[in-house]
Design a protein around this ligand. Structure first.
Ligand SMILES: *Cc1c(COP(=O)(O)O)cnc(C)c1O
Length: 348
């Protein structure tokens, strides 16, 4: 039987045509397609400005730089998150202040953040984990600039507005298997002209009157053209993810595991269940030709040799991510369900 991968992008004829159009034009580097993608993304997230960059990590780095974060400062972030957050903060010269997460949502715990805050903390990075919007308002009440990390939640809405509309700045990643893709890519969005002008200035180094440390974080028109097609079908991609999630929620309702929250605002970038016998699920899936992922993340506090963070530890121990992406067929989702049911009876 054919292997079921853990994740894959959804690409079609229109993506192919868009890239071919740029190849035919002979203008591959940042140009009109990038400007158009910036406009269209700003429109979708209802923000005044958008600056496309080469990755989500670059977007985080430039967002921190625009906020004036540097050596001596600290940046708050959840311990259960992509290591890109850690790298971006290190690039800025600041140090991370890790906070715990709620293991039932995997999102940053606003009260834990409040307990750990010091005056040296200059910003907080808030990812919407696995597609479920974090409690931005409870986090914003601590008065810090919020970098809303939409890398794995584009297309989600929260309290009537798209995610990415709430933070002082919002960042996106368009890596191959994210909600929408450009292959590799990212973006910084926001409403304050000064901040976004700084991001635009730092993105490239060429043709400047003065010297300062700048970067080569540009997106290409090849990537942007692909991204524009993906953006046009994002709603459809989200609908397909939700349909599969509803199937899993129904079919897996009575297992010895905890399912992700069944909420309207969840876009199910990943379908991450929590289970005491997480290892057994992964090995049974593997036996059936299904790629399930575990650990989903290694908590950041472990990389830094820190202790505590019981929520992140629990997420690390118990979380298993099962295949969910727009092109996963119902039949294959059924195979995943069967493998999970079988893992209950089988000893490994
Ligand atoms: C993927 C991801 C990033 C980094 O994006 P890249 O484009 O891979 O650099 C940042 N934050 C979160 C939450 C992510 O999932």
């Amino acid at each position: 039987m054919k292997r079921i991968p853990h994740s894959r992008p959804t690409l079609g004829r229109n993506e192919k045509k868009a890239v071919a159009r740029v190849v035919d034009s002979g203008m591959l580097a940042q140009g009109v397609e990038v400007l158009a993608l910036e406009d269209e993304m700003a429109g979708m997230l209802q923000r005044r400005h958008a600056v496309a960059v080469s990755s989500g990590t670059a977007a985080l780095h430039l967002a921190l730089a625009a906020l004036g974060v540097g050596p001596g400062d600290r940046v708050a972030m959840p311990s259960y998150a992509c290591t890109a957050l850690l790298h971006a903060v290190s690039l800025s010269g600041a140090a991370p202040l890790l906070t715990d997460v709620d293991p039932s949502t995997f999102n940053l715990d606003p009260d834990d953040l409040g307990r750990r805050l010091t005056r040296r903390v200059k910003a907080v990075i808030v990812p919407h984990m696995f597609g479920l919007p974090a409690e931005i308002d409870a986090i914003a009440k601590w008065g810090l600039p919020v970098i809303e990390d939409c890398a794995i939640a584009l297309g989600a809405r929260w309290r009537g507005k798209p995610v990415g509309n709430y933070g002082t700045l919002a960042v996106a990643s368009f890596y191959a298997t994210k909600m929408m893709t450009t292959g590799e890519g990212g973006m910084v969005l926001g409403d304050r002209s000064r901040l976004l002008e700084t991001v635009r200035d730092l993105r490239s180094y060429d043709h400047r009157k003065t010297h300062r440390l700048r970067f080569n974080y540009k997106m290409t028109d090849l990537e942007a053209a692909l991204g524009r097609v993906q953006l046009g079908r994002l709603d459809e991609l989200v609908r397909r993810r939700r349909r599969l999630a509803r199937f899993y929620l129904r079919e897996l309702a009575d297992g010895p595991w905890e399912l992700p929250p069944d909420r309207e605002e969840h876009v199910y970038y990943r379908f991450v269940i929590r289970c005491r016998s997480a290892g057994r699920i992964v090995s049974e899936c593997s036996r059936q030709g299904i790629e399930a992922a575990r650990p989903v993340f290694r908590p950041l506090h472990r990389y830094l040799g820190q202790r505590g963070f019981s929520g992140a530890e629990e997420a690390h121990r118990r979380a298993v991510s099962i295949p969910l992406y727009p092109t996963l067929s119902r039949a294959n989702a059924g195979r995943v369900v069967l493998a999970l049911r079988r893992s209950r009876t089988r000893r490994s």
